[in-house]
Structures are given as structure tokens and as C-alpha cells.
Design a protein around this ligand. Structure first.
Ligand SMILES: CC(C)=CCC/C(C)=C/CC/C(C)=C/CC/C(C)=C/[C@@H]1[C@@H](COP(=O)(O)OP(=O)(O)O)[C@]1(C)CC/C=C(\C)CC/C=C(\C)CCC=C(C)C
Length: 730
């Protein structure tokens, strides 16, 4: 066995009123504690000499090996540490063993012990084998976990998340550094110098690294746990319960601060617990004030975000304690409860509470961002790393939701319900975007959906026309002050829309979608909405599609326009304000139109049968048909698409799919021009939708309404998000 031998001197003093052993040299004490043989011998010796009984805790260490070569007896003091500094063999040859020599079965290195009346001293040469250092703990147990989490969270990391993690790490660093130095200074923790890179103040360098490492690790994990819900769904508008949830925990935390301060007496068993309580509670009080209600609404994902890293870090800590990398002074702990072997309650509590702080700090950030994204009019600053935005974040954090208009969240809830029912694919895809983009895409989707349904599902032609007129008026009112087709605003403004006409003629759900759109319309251009309406008009008039130019024009109206609007959402809501100035903006918008066309072509290729059967519509270019009049009659009047036969239906759909593929191929590279954080998600969204192509083509007959299984959507989505997108993000 390869041994890295060292010499150390251990002094054990017998305290007069008992036989307590006081350590002066921590490292050596670890050795003593690690060795049953030494413990037994010392206790026997103490009992023989002093008539008392010793109580020395024993910790068997896997990686410290010791052989006891020499023991001083009575006044015969062995005082030659130099002799022992060489090697065990030299020591053994030079000095014949005294009678008290203890031969231990399971140790390899020499130890000499001497006694000085009431004082027992141990001179020990011990060896470390395969010993972990604090640096190794990071290299083996914390940094690889961060590496894995970074890979998993890569598509969801944006400037805002980086800013959040950096901000929390900086605060945690300053805050915990002070506490840690204080506890080390008061002797609460000690460490083995050989196992550290060095010390700054009272704290090892690796410990400073640990503050940041823990914050990053827990924040990345928390991101995976908590990012899936739209922030405004976690707002509490009930003032009474809001105040209870806010003040009851704050009262307890205030008491904990005072109690912690009182019991944090250096050298006492309550010192560690007291320090943690009085240091940590005030900061939790501050965060709970602004985000406690938000946290409670997300209690399940937040708990998961706290508990998993806490358990993991406890396990790593126990490992390090076992390896004697650091040591907690038993005198400053209650010493009653050990969570698991070697791990005292206070230590586990320290990890728990520090993770609570990290997750709660993230929640504060998410709540503030949620307020800003939901109440754009009240919080007009876009994300930017500057004082104006940070100030806005602070006000959004301290503001109680019940003081804000609840109808805003009500409208968003309606929009979420609409997308959830109408499209599983878009619902799933929406979760791939960060919360602000997700929210506005959902608002956009539901507006498009309800207006499209007004045309498709309304069988009374007059009513249909009236609803179209209302929508047209609404768009005109919304964009009346725009100077050009693609003119957009950068700051939200109060709108002068007379809602009474709409309220009397639209359903509640439609009203919600109209109101929700009106709140985000300031940064959207007018033209794509006009095109969308042109597409609806096409449908109302039952206009036929004569050729591929017509097909592309119709697709531009109903879907290209949507693609362009999606780009505006992503540009405005992304976490990079430079996107206002992107040079090739026109190019991206043109390509977004093309991508929209590609998806609409897939949609038409899939829905030949349902469009005919349910709506009496035909989007197949009539130039494809062998007998135009006959086939249009079958599809639009008789509504019997199957009578065309599978072969023909497949032929038409295949031609349209070819056109879709061409549009998709020509546009997909423009994804590179979108904000980085959205690229993977856009690719996944469009790929999931385009997955319908293989569903249509793999069916031997023309399917009624081809769809993808949930599993297939997941596989395509993950592949696009993690693998295919690499080309577009680097
Ligand atoms: C992730 C997410 C929530 C996205 C929302 C996108 C959005 C706002 C879609 C609107 C959909 C809609 C209802 C439009 C009305 C007209 C219509 C029916 C269009 C067809 C959509 C299909 O939806 P669905 O399957 O639910 O329709 P039916 O049940 O058949 O009635 C369309 C096929 C249009 C879809 C088009 C897009 C989502 C645009 C895609 C383009 C981009 C995201 C831009 C990419 C950018 C570059 C630079 C390439």
C-alpha cells in the first residue's frame, strides 16, 4: 500500500473534574478518534493512572492507517519526534519496543505515545492512503453535477437566468462568507491543512468556491423544477390569505432570529444552530415578504428544488466528514441528533436552509419577472442589465399582486385554456420558451384561434361576417397610430378602445383574447394582422385556390403572418435588447413568413379530408386536379373527399408536402438570426409540427387526420432541442 506518511503530535489533557479530552491539534485528534486501538489503550491508561473513565468518541477511518510502535510508560517520556519523522522502519530498528508495545492487526504506520502525569500525549506517525482532499470533493462530486445540469438546462439558459444565478451567487458569497469566517474563527469547524489548497481569512479556498458551486448547482436544478408554470398562475389575489401567508412565517422567523442570537454562544453546544438561525432568518424574512405567496403557490416544485440538492450535499458532506477533510467541533453542537451516520442535525440544517435561500431568491426573481411580463403597462422596462430595470425588478418584487388588476391574469388563464384544448403540440412547444415569450405566444395563439374559429365554426353567414367586421375594427383601433406596415412601439401605452361594442357581441372567451392581445400589441406590427384577416376573408368568400402561387399566398395570409408575429414576440421578449437593432431584420421576417407557409402547407396536406367533410373547403390547387369542376364539387358541395380515392388524396398531399419541404429548407437557416435562447425551441416547435409529414407518408392509405403519438413528439422535440439545434446555437 502506498502511504504518504506524516508526523504529528497529539496532546491529550485530562481535565480535573472529569476525563474529558481536549484537542489542541485537530489533525492528530482525528487520528486518535480514528483508531480503536489507541482509544482503548488511552482509556485503559487513564483508568489505571487516574482511576477515572474516559469517553472518547471513536471514528473508524478508512484511509488513515497507523501502527503503534512505542509507548512511553510512567515518567519515561519518549520525546524524540525527529526519530519518528523518517520512516516506520528506521524507528523500529533504532528503538527496541517497550513492554507496552501494542501490535495492531489492521494498521501499518508507527505511533508512539507518552504520558506525563495528568497529561497524555501521543506522538503519531500516520499515513494517508487514497485520501480525498477538499479540491477532490469539488472535482468528483460537485463540479461534474454542475456539468451535467448545465447540459440539461442549456436550452433554457438565457441572459436573464445567468444574471439571476450570478446575482444570487454574489449575494450568497458575501453573506455566507461572513458567517463561515465567524464559525471557523470561533472554532466551530476545523479542517485538515494538507487537504486544502490554502486559506483566506479563516476559511479554506475551496470553501469559498463551495458557496458559488452550491448556488449554481441548486439554481440549475431549481430551474429544471420550477420553470414549467406561467408566473401569473402563481399570483395570489386574495388579500386576506395573502397577508396570513406573508406575516405568520415572518413572525416565526423574527422569533428564530432573536432565539438564534441568544443561543449563538461560542463554545456552547447551541452555537452552530444559533449562528445559522440568526444569520439566515433576516434574509429569509426579506425574501418571504415579497415572494412568500408566490413560493407557496409553487410549493411542490420548490420543495423538490430544495430537497434533492440538500440530500445530495448532505451525502457529500458525510463523505467528507468520514474522510476527515473537515471536522465539526462536537462542543458547539447539540450532539443529540445525527441525521445519518457522522452527519449532525445542524450540518444538514445548514444545507437545507442555504438551499431554501437559493431557491427562495430565485423565486423572488421569478415573481418580479412574472409581474413585469404580466403587467407590461405598469412595468414598461424591457429586460436589460441596467439600474432602471433592476429598480423596476425591485418594485415588482415588493408589490403585492392583490393590488394589481386581476382581470389581466384572468384573460391569460382563458388563453392558456384555449391553447391547451386546441393544440397539444403548441401547448407542449410553448413550455420550451422562457416565461415571457411563452406567455405572449400563448396570447397570440389564442387570438388567432378564436378569430379563426369565428369564421370556421359559425354557420350563420351574417354572424360570421359581423364577427369578421368586429375583428377588423378591433385591429384598426389597435394599430390606428402606426406610421407604416411594420412600425412598432417600444413602450406600452394606454389604449383608447371602446370595449362596449365588443362586449355586447363577443363571447367572454373571445373578449379575454382580444383584451390580452391589446396589452401586448404595442410591440407588434399591423401588417401581419391585416394579412390574417385577408386569409379569413378568403375563407368567407369560399375563394378557390387555383395554383401554387395562390396556395402560397393563402398560406402567407394565415400562417406566414403568424410566423412574422412570432419573431416580433421573440425579439421583444428575449433577454437581449440588442435585437431592436438587428441588421437583417427584414431577412428574418421574410424567412419567418416562409416557415409559416411551410407549416400551413403541411396543415393543408394533412386536412384534405377534414376540411372537406366539416367545412366544405378545398385548399388543393385546382391545377393539380384531373377534372377541376367534378373534384371541387365532390370536395366542397358533396363533402365526400373519400370518393376521390386514396391514391389521388395521397398524390395531392405529397405534392403539397414537396412544396412545404422546399419552403422549410429555404427558411430554416434563418433560425440562426433569432435570439440564441429561442433557436432550439423554434426548431423543436416547427419540427414537431412537421412530424405530421412522416405520419401522413407512413400511412398506407390517406389518413383522416394524421397525428403524432405523444412519445414521437417528445423524441422529435428533444432531438431538435438538444442535438439538431447545436448547428444553430454555435
Ligand atoms: C409555441 C407556440 C405557442 C406557438 C404559437 C404559434 C402561433 C401563434 C400559432 C397560431 C396558430 C393559429 C391558430 C393560427 C390561425 C391560422 C391557422 C389555423 C394556422 C395554422 C396553424 C396550425 O394550428 P393548428 O394545428 O392548431 O390548426 P388547425 O387545428 O388545423 O386549425 C398553422 C399551421 C400556422 C402555424 C404557424 C406558425 C406557428 C408559425 C411558425 C413560424 C415561426 C415560429 C417563425 C420561425 C422563424 C424563422 C426565422 C424561421
Amino acid at each position: 500500500m502506498a502511504l504518504d506518511t506524516s508526523v504529528c503530535f497529539i496532546k491529550l489533557e485530562l481535565v480535573n473534574d472529569g476525563l474529558e479530552v481536549v484537542d489542541e491539534f485537530d489533525v492528530a485528534l482525528h487520528v486518535v478518534r480514528a483508531l480503536d486501538a489507541i482509544k482503548t489503550m488511552i482509556v485503559e491508561r487513564i483508568e489505571r493512572e487516574c482511576g477515572g473513565s474516559g469517553d472518547i468518541n471513536t471514528y473508524m477511518s478508512d484511509n488513515i492507517v497507523v501502527e503503534i510502535l512505542q509507548i512511553g510508560s510512567g515518567g519515561d517520556v519518549v520525546d524524540r519526534p525527529e526519530d519518528l519523522q523518517d520512516t516506520a522502519e528506521v524507528q523500529a530498528e533504532d528503538d527496541p519496543l517497550p513492554s507496552e508495545y501494542i501490535d495492531s492487526d489492521d494498521v501499518d504506520c508507527p505511533v508512539a505515545i507518552r504520558e506525563l502525569g495528568e497529561e497524555v500525549s501521543v506522538l503519531a506517525v500516520f499515513g494517508f492512503c487514497n485520501m480525498l482532499t477538499y479540491k477532490d470533493v469539488h472535482l468528483l462530486y460537485t463540479l461534474p453535477v454542475i456539468g451535467v445540469l448545465s447540459l440539461i438546462t442549456r436550452p433554457f439558459i438565457n441572459r436573464s437566468e445567468i444574471f439571476k444565478i450570478a446575482f444570487i451567487s454574489a449575494i450568497a458569497y458575501v453573506y455566507i462568507t461572513t458567517l463561515d469566517n465567524y464559525i471557523f474563527f470561533k472554532g466551530g469547524w476545523s479542517y485538515v491543512p494538507e487537504k486544502m489548497l490554502g486559506v483566506i481569512g479563516y476559511v479554506p479556498i475551496e470553501e469559498y468556491m463551495f458557496f458559488v458551486i452550491q448556488t449554481v448547482l441548486t439554481s440549475l436544478w431549481a430551474l429544471l423544477c420550477v420553470r414549467w408554470s406561467t408566473p401569473c398562475l402563481n399570483f395570489n389575489y386574495d388579500k386576506h390569505s395573502y397577508q396570513l401567508i406573508r406575516w405568520i412565517p415572518i413572525t416565526f422567523l423574527a422569533i428564530a432570529t432573536v432565539v438564534g442570537y441568544i443561543i449563538a454562544i461560542p463554545g456552547q453546544s447551541t452555537f452552530y444552530l444559533g449562528c445559522v438561525l440568526w444569520w439566515v432568518s433576516p434574509v429569509v424574512i426579506f425574501m418571504w415578504y415579497g415572494a412568500g405567496n408566490f413560493f407557496v403557490k409553487k410549493i411542490i416544485p420548490c420543495s423538490f428544488a430544495i430537497v434533492v440538492p440538500t440530500l445530495y450535499l448532505c451525502w457529500v458532506d458525510q463523505l467528507a466528514l468520514k474522510q476527515n477533510i473537515w471536522h465539526i467541533n462536537e462542543k458547539i453542537m447539540l450532539n443529540i441528533i445525527y441525521v445519518i451516520e457522522d452527519l449532525p442535525l445542524e450540518e444538514a440544517f445548514f444545507f437545507f436552509i442555504s438551499n431554501v435561500i437559493v431557491v427562495l431568491a430565485g423565486t423572488c426573481f421569478d415573481k418580479a419577472r412574472g409581474m413585469i411580463e404580466t403587467y407590461t403597462l405598469e412595468y414598461p422596462q424591457r429586460f436589460s442589465i441596467n439600474w432602471a430595470f433592476i429598480r423596476q425588478m425591485f418594485w415588482a418584487f415588493v408589490t403585492s399582486e392583490y393590488n394589481m388588476l386581476q382581470i389581466v391574469t384572468g384573460d391569460i388563464k382563458e388563453s392558456i385554456a384555449i391553447i391547451a384544448i386546441a393544440s397539444k403540440s403548441f401547448t407542449a412547444a410553448s413550455f420550451l420558451f422562457q416565461s415571457g415569450i411563452r406567455l405572449d405566444l400563448i396570447i397570440l395563439y389564442s387570438f388567432c384561434r378564436v378569430t379563426d374559429d369565428m369564421i370556421d365554426n359559425e354557420f350563420d353567414v351574417e354572424k360570421k361576417k359581423r364577427k369578421f367586421e368586429l375583428t377588423n375594427n378591433f385591429i384598426n383601433e389597435l394599430f390606428h397610430d402606426r406610421k407604416s406596415d411594420y412600425d412598432v412601439g417600444t413602450k406600452p401605452q394606454k389604449l383608447n378602445i371602446d370595449w362596449t361594442t365588443y362586449e355586447s357581441e363577443l363571447t367572454d372567451v373571445e373578449m379575454s383574447c382580444f383584451r390580452a392581445l391589446s396589452r401586448i400589441a404595442f410591440y407588434l406590427p399591423r401588417k401581419p394582422f391585416e394579412e390574417l384577416l385577408a386569409g379569413y376573408k378568403w375563407d368567407i368568400e369560399g375563394r378557390l385556390i387555383k395554383n401554387e402561387d395562390d396556395l402560397l399566398l393563402y398560406s402567407t395570409y394565415v400562417a406566414g403572418s403568424v410566423g412574422a408575429l412570432c419573431v416580433y414576440v421573440m425579439m421583444y421578449r428575449c433577454d437581449n435588447d440588442k435585437f431592436e437593432l438587428v441588421e437583417n431584420y427584414d431577412y428574418v421576417i421574410k424567412k419567418a413568413y416562409q416557415m409559416g407557409q411551410a407549416l400551413q402547407l403541411v396543415n393543408i396536406a394533412r386536412d384534405i379530408v377534414t376540411d372537406s367533410e366539416t367545412l366544405g373547403r378545398c385548399y388543393i390547387p385546382t391545377e393539380y386536379m384531373d377534372d377541376e369542376d367534378e373534384e371541387v364539387k365532390i370536395l366542397c358541395q358533396e363533402k365526400k373527399p373519400r370518393s376521390l380515392g386514396d391514391k389521388k388524396l395521397k398524390k395531392y398531399s405529397t405534392r403539397m408536402i414537396h412544396l412545404a419541404n422546399k419552403q422549410q429548407l429555404e427558411s430554416v437557416d434563418a433560425i440562426k438570426c433569432l435570439p440564441r435562447e429561442t433557436r432550439g425551441s423554434v426548431l423543436a416547435t416547427t419540427d414537431i409540427y412537421r412530424g405530421l409529414v412522416s405520419a401522413i407518408q407512413s400511412s398506407p392509405t390517406y389518413p383522416a387526420r394524421a397525428s403524432l403519438s405523444k412519445w414521437n413528439k417528445i423524441v422529435i422535440g428533444l432531438y431538435s432541442l438538444y442535438i439538431k439545434s447545436i448547428k444553430y446555437v454555435i
